[in-house]
Design a protein around this ligand. Structure first.
Ligand SMILES: Cc1cc2nc3c(=O)[nH]c(=O)nc-3n(C[C@H](O)[C@H](O)[C@H](O)COP(=O)(O)O)c2cc1C
Length: 472
């Protein structure tokens, strides 16, 4: 890895002062929050989603309990490190807290939200909790290695960055920041069709394993042009996203908008209350643009929100296995299908000549009540044997999540929000910190689990808790 950041993990040296600061901020935050609540006259989202809310962010967020099931509602009270000092963040959840403090509510909802009841979103997290480890002891784990290979290429750890659109909402040139951090850590980064930095510019990042995620929309020539550009940009893999031709039902998004599609006045005021975010994003770079596809949008629809709605309406709802066969014929390198959530489709993908699949329910943003990738992973691995690389995403926030996915048959995982928390907390350095935390957790977890390498992971190390066995 080239020049990973020096981020010590020393404990907080000045606890009373920081508690005092926290309390003062809580008081200010509570006052502002109460006034805002009265002013806005409504709660934004339900209690289960409280971590996502914008209200009372400043103070209470800092003193909020850390997300540890063992201490929730108990003592000692724990708090996340949301001070903005990346070096002192201990978990992905700390980076998330910083992101929550920095972003206005509508951007935060875009980052965090799922569709409808957010049952798929919740399942992605819960699915990991169904599995517990049974570690052997007295194993020499002194020489551990978290590196692996995918598509015959080395990967410093079995993690890739998932494609996410509209990242400029979180940090200026966030697509570039994500890709640079991935290159720093020797892992692949997938860039979305709906990204904001040009793929040709991202493709020039030295040492990057650049994957291009394709949404099939508009006339055929658009798809062909994007594939030709990804080829010319040297992308290692083309990821075709399935299951997203119909936009998921994200009610929170519509609640934030006027009938014209623009943000309503509450969101605009909220944005003004986040001057740091405002200065570094909209004021510095203007409204984000979908730089890779805006030229395919009619001239009178190229304004930011309008172009997003136009593209959404142009998604090819006839996308089928025939389309995949056509794309296979056009794309010379690795072809990956993303968004599959079952063994049968995985077996079909194998016969369609794809090089890998990503089991995914799109971070819970498409069909609600979808099974999670982890739920279908063991059966999918069984269906495709060892022939097809299987990647999974959804809910990966910890090294133990990565270990569980790999033990159940995945070759690697993708991280969406975990990387976005990093980028929203501190751009490239924030993503590097997220990757560093995950890598360190992974290395430690392997040792605690009594294994020396990724190749030694397997289902024999896991036990499924009985009450959820029906989901197998
Ligand atoms: C803000 C956001 C934007 C996303 N945009 C895209 C996209 O443009 N294309 C795509 O294939 N998936 C997209 N996804 C889904 C991710 O690629 C990935 O499947 C998901 O984030 C994994 O779940 P996780 O966030 O819990 O890690 C997006 C996810 C998020 C959170």
């Amino acid at each position: 890895m080239n020049g990973a950041p020096k981020t010590s993990s020393s404990p907080a040296p000045n606890r009373p002062a920081s508690i005092g600061r926290g309390l003062a901020l809580t008081a200010v935050g509570a006052a502002v929050g109460a006034a805002a609540a009265a002013w806005f006259g409504q709660r934004r989202i339900d209690y289960r989603q409280a971590a996502f809310t914008a209200g009372l962010r400043t103070g209470l967020e800092r003193l909020r309990l850390a997300a540890s099931p063992a201490v929730l509602d108990g003592t000692p009270r724990r708090r996340l490190r949301a001070s903005g000092d990346l070096a002192r963040t201990q978990t992905v959840e700390d980076l998330r807290a910083i992101a929550h403090a920095r972003l206005p509510g509508f951007a935060l909802e875009y980052l965090e939200g799922g569709s409808e009841q957010e049952a798929s979103l919740a399942r992605n997290l819960d699915a990991f909790a169904q599995w517990h480890f049974e570690p052997p002891v007295l194993v020499d784990v002194s020489g551990r290695e978290v590196s692996t290979t995918l598509f015959g290429q080395p990967m410093a750890m079995p993690i890739a960055i998932a494609p996410t659109g509209l990242n400029a909402l979180f940090w200026p040139h966030a697509d570039t920041a994500l890709a640079q951090a991935a290159a720093d850590f020797g892992i692949p980064c997938a860039q979305s069709t709906m990204s904001n930095d040009r793929m040709e510019d991202v493709g020039r990042i030295s040492g990057l394993r650049h994957w291009w995620q394709l949404y099939v929309f508009g006339p055929r020539q658009v798809c062909e042009a994007l594939i030709a550009r990804a080829d010319a940009a040297g992308c290692e893999a083309l990821i075709v996203t399935t299951g997203a031709q119909i936009y998921g039902n994200r009610e929170w998004d519509r609640r934030n908008r006027l009938p014209s599609g623009n943000l309503d006045w509450r969101c605009r005021i909220d944005a003004l209350l986040h001057p740091r975010w405002l200065a570094s994003t909209v004021l510095e770079q203007g409204m984000p643009r979908f730089a890779n596809v805006v030229d395919y949008v009619p001239r009178d629809r190229q304004a930011f929100f309008d172009s997003a709605f136009w593209i959404r309406a142009q998604m090819d709802q006839a996308l089928s296995w025939e389309t995949i066969a056509r794309i296979r014929g056009m794309w010379p390198r690795k072809l990956v299908l993303k968004g599959l959530i079952g063994a049968e489709d995985a077996a079909r993908a194998l016969h369609a000549g794809v090089d890998a699949i990503i089991l995914s329910n799109h971070g819970g943003r498409q069909l609600d009540w979808s099974a999670s990738a982890l739920d279908v992973l063991p059966a999918t691995r069984q269906a495709v044997g060892s022939h097809l690389p299987l990647l999974v995403d959804g809910g990966v926030r910890r090294g133990t999540d990565v270990v569980k996915a790999l033990a159940l048959g995945a070759d690697a995982v993708l991280i969406g929000r975990a990387a976005l928390y990093g980028v929203a907390a501190g751009g490239r350095d924030g993503v590097r910190r997220a990757l560093e935390i995950l890598r360190d957790e992974l290395r430690r977890d392997l040792g605690l689990l009594g294994v020396r390498s990724i190749a030694e992971l397997g289902p024999h190390l896991l036990r499924r808790t009985k009450h959820d066995a029906g989901n197998a």
